[in-house]
Design a protein around this ligand. Sequence first.
Ligand SMILES: Nc1ncnc2c1ncn2[C@@H]1O[C@H](COP(=O)(O)OP(=O)(O)OP(=O)(O)O)[C@@H](O)[C@H]1O
Length: 393
Amino acid sequence: MKQEKQMPGIDEEAILKPVLTHIKHKLMVLSGKGGVGKSTIAACLAIALAKKGNKVGLLDIDLHGPSIPHLLNIPDILDISPEQKVLPKEIMPNLEVVSMECFMADKDQAVIWRGPLKHAAIRQFIGDVQWGDLDYLVVDSPPGTGDEPLSIAQLIPEAKAIIVTTPQEVALADIRKSITFCHEVDMDIAGIIENMSGFICPHCGKEVDIFKTGGGERTALAFHVEFLGKLPFDLGVVEAGDEGKLIKYMEREDNPYNKALFEIADRLIQRLKEMEIKPVSLDEIRAKNSYKVTIPLKDGKPAPFLTNCDQIAMVHVKDSQIKKVERISPSQQGPIRPKVFVDLGADLVMAKEMKEKAKYVFYKNKVGVVLDIPDATPEELVEKFIKGELGGK
Ligand SMILES: Nc1ncnc2c1ncn2[C@@H]1O[C@H](COP(=O)(O)OP(=O)(O)OP(=O)(O)O)[C@@H](O)[C@H]1O
């Protein structure tokens, strides 16, 4: 499991919340290896979503090799608002872009940063940019499953991954790593896109399978992940990307690459609707014949944080009566993850405090959450819940 990278003494959630609450869907474009067309797809998807009338932000967090500024021909310098916030560059109606490159004094100097510094830079990117209200934030991350995607997973709890692959076997082996990474950091996968799948001959217009096609779809099926679609190999995309003219290129509606991309954007919009997560109704839990309540404990009392509990109280309720109370010692080493409570079959978690990410994991798994509980025994707390004195809704 990857290392948690919390910055000591900094409440990252509090810093980012005012920005993130104004962004409806957060997407991170990932790939197992470089050169599969991830940045091009991030840029084209952002363009397609903006063309469909959505407010879109595109954030390039590839600190080592940012390609978005080149692909979209954005200027080196960004303006700063009177409130000292970075103003993203509007490159077409509804689409604003920010890239790490805009903050690098020497463009040819590779950034040699270690994890925590990168994490701080990414946090600043998100927190110090005046995005305003957005329907979609598309984040282009470097290839692989290193520091940058891990930071996004920690800083944006409800970010969803779009995994880009090509049909070759090597890329497909890497895709599995990307899927495992998403599972490890509790990041939902919006879907997989297979790029460079089939070549459209510029002379005869016929599609030729230069690599095997369909591998991305098969992998998606095998891993129970949504397949968003295939994009053909298109020399026009290379040229348009090289010249920073992707926006212009995407005006060609008859082009097979563009057509496929707009279809993928439609599928993505639909998929995100299906993936929307709502808090679990506490009254519905109360009304069940039987349910299980878990409470993280530290030294016998409700733990200040979920992660540092040394015991979990599991209270079984049947017909609005407590039937049994178990005290379970987590077997795993290190911080206790929300998944442990989910795996115990909890219907409800009662805790003092909880990170947004943990709440998100519980709601995703249809587990209810009651916070701000007082110091009391698990039995007293659950009695209060049953009577509606705790967890009103
Ligand atoms: N469908 C496509 N058809 C033809 N060329 C493509 C296609 N998609 C991307 N390319 C080209 O492939 C090259 C790599 O693309 P891109 O930079 O988007 O990949 P990447 O996965 O983001 O790479 P890295 O992460 O290493 O920067 C570029 O030259 C781009 O124009």
